[in-house]
Design a protein around this ligand. Structure first.
Ligand code: 2BA
Ligand code: 2BA
Length: 109
């Protein structure tokens, strides 16, 4: 048994879980916030058998788009009187970032 922890764009989360349900997988969606952009994203947990992991990864891959976004980096720590001119940097936001974890045990009560 494995647990896939997938961090996806909030806009992709609904469509992704719809497809997962349609294909018979079970999932839980948690509203989360990215540490870098401080924007809402979604973390989708899917617990499934080892042999289905690749199929779930394929569903995730084909339902999550990569986006380019320009952001102002966090300002550096400065001495008083110093001037900080922010210049936006381009970041590629997944797709999906997926962690596949081993599950030692699953219980249902
Ligand atoms: P955020 O932390 O808001 O990051 C959004 C995007 O900004 C990242 O996209 C990456 O392209 C860029 N980025 C993040 N941290 C950076 C840094 N220290 N320096 C330069 N650029 C940086 P993704 O890599 O696709 O990640 C999308 C979201 O997935 C992240 O949102 C975060 O919520 C989560 N994530 C990604 N890697 C993670 C990890 N190793 N552990 C936990 N969460 C992770
Ligand atoms: P939900 O996804 O809202 O599912 C509620 C109940 O609907 C489930 O109860 C199950 O009886 C049924 N169900 C869910 N998905 C189904 C499917 N693809 N086919 C047939 N019946 C389905 P529980 O199994 O007790 O699950 C309660 C909640 O625990 C779920 O809420 C979900 O949030 C989470 N969950 C359960 N199994 C999971 C797994 N393998 N991975 C991730 N989250 C899981």
């Amino acid at each position: 048994m494995k647990l896939l922890v997938s961090i996806v764009n909030s806009d992709d989360a609904r469509g992704l879980t719809d497809v997962l349900m349609r294909e018979g997988y079970r999932a839980t969606t948690i509203s989360t916030t990215g540490g870098f952009l401080r924007q809402g994203n979604a973390t989708i947990l899917v617990g499934t058998e080892d042999e289905k992991v690749d199929a779930v990864l394929e569903v995730i891959r084909s339902n999550c788009r990569t986006r380019t976004q320009y952001v102002n980096p966090l300002p550096p720590i400065m001495e008083s009187g110093e001037l900080y001119m922010p210049s936006p940097v381009e970041v590629q936001i997944g797709g999906a970032v997926v962690f596949v974890l081993n599950v030692d045990r699953t219980e249902r009560y």
